[in-house]
Write a protein that binds this ligand. Structure first.
Ligand code: B12
Length: 209
């Protein structure tokens, strides 16, 4: 089924991609669709691109349709009753990978967290200190219960750690998590006290919030 979704995405057939996604969600549930199917299809997309089997335009097309699918499901998650708390999701400066933020947004919403997602392409250049500070200032001001920092490219890990370090200082009662492909090389105990390294199994982290 995942293979069929991947094929529909690769041909740019949005309607069929939504249909296949729907079938998968019905089969495995939304959470497993997010952590297994979306991640699996995107890993495969990355491989095709590295091997030169698809170009950057096709990769963008697939990414854009997949983002629409996730946003469609996120918008349908109902948040009735008491809210567990506020969560902010961000990427460190320099890192343009933000599909994980959308997936995490949905996973948090299903656990009754109100979510503010400030992921996106942050400017990386002369103004580095300013943009990192913008992220820190925003989160500090929001005073969330949880912060998820998602880093995909390991060379931006230093930015992610810097943001986490500042937030631990500013928000002692907030849980600060660091996760994503860019954290794969981190070993337990390497992070400063107060910063929680997300488990490679995303649902395990989410189930222990
Ligand atoms: C889409 C994509 C892009 C898009 C991003 C668009 C966007 N708006 O997001 C674009 C085209 C911009 C891009 C650019 C680049 N990319 Co890219 N990209 C990908 C691709 C194909 C998919 C990523 C994705 O969305 N995955 C789906 C999400 C849902 O999965 P995920 O991020 O792993 O998240 C899961 C978990 O990790 C977890 N999680 C993530 N964060 C956190 C945080 C917390 C707190 C928790 C609890 C959990 C958690 O939650 C998710 C569910 O389990 C990957 C391939 C791959 N293997 O993933 C390459 C990939 C990540 N890219 C790569 C590279 C090299 C680049 C570029 C450097 C290429 C270049 N030469 O320009 C640039 C860097 C740009 C930049 N400055 O960031 C490499 C990274 C290699 C490495 N180890 O560093 C990859 C792996 C491709 C490859 N095989 O080489 N990319």
């Amino acid at each position: 089924m995942e293979v069929l979704l991947a094929r529909c995405l690769q041909t740019g057939d949005e309607e069929m991609s939504f249909e296949k996604a729907d079938e998968l969600v019905k089969l495995v549930g939304l959470q497993r669709f997010y952590v297994d199917s979306v991640t699996g299809v995107m890993t495969e997309t990355g491989k095709l691109w590295v091997d030169g089997e698809i170009g950057i335009a096709q990769e963008h097309m697939i990414t854009n349709i997949m983002r629409k699918i996730i946003q469609h499901y996120n918008a349908r998650i109902e948040m009735k009753g008491l809210v567990e708390g506020l969560a902010v999701i961000c990427n460190p400066e320099g890192d343009d990978h933000s599909m994980s933020n959308l997936v995490l947004e949905g996973l948090l919403k299903t656990r009754k967290y109100r979510v503010t997602n400030i992921g996106g392409a942050w400017y990386m250049g002369d103004k580095r200190a300013v943009t990192n500070k913008a992220i820190i200032d925003f989160v500090t001001h929001a005073r969330p219960d949880i912060v998820f920092i998602s880093v995909t490219i390991a060379r931006y890990l230093f930015n992610a750690k810097m943001i986490a370090r500042e937030l631990v200082k500013e928000l002692p009662n907030t849980k600060i998590y660091l996760g994503g492909l860019g954290t794969r090389g981190i070993v337990d105990g390497e992070l400063q006290e107060g910063i929680i390294l997300a488990n490679k199994d995303t649902l395990r982290t989410l189930n222990k919030l």
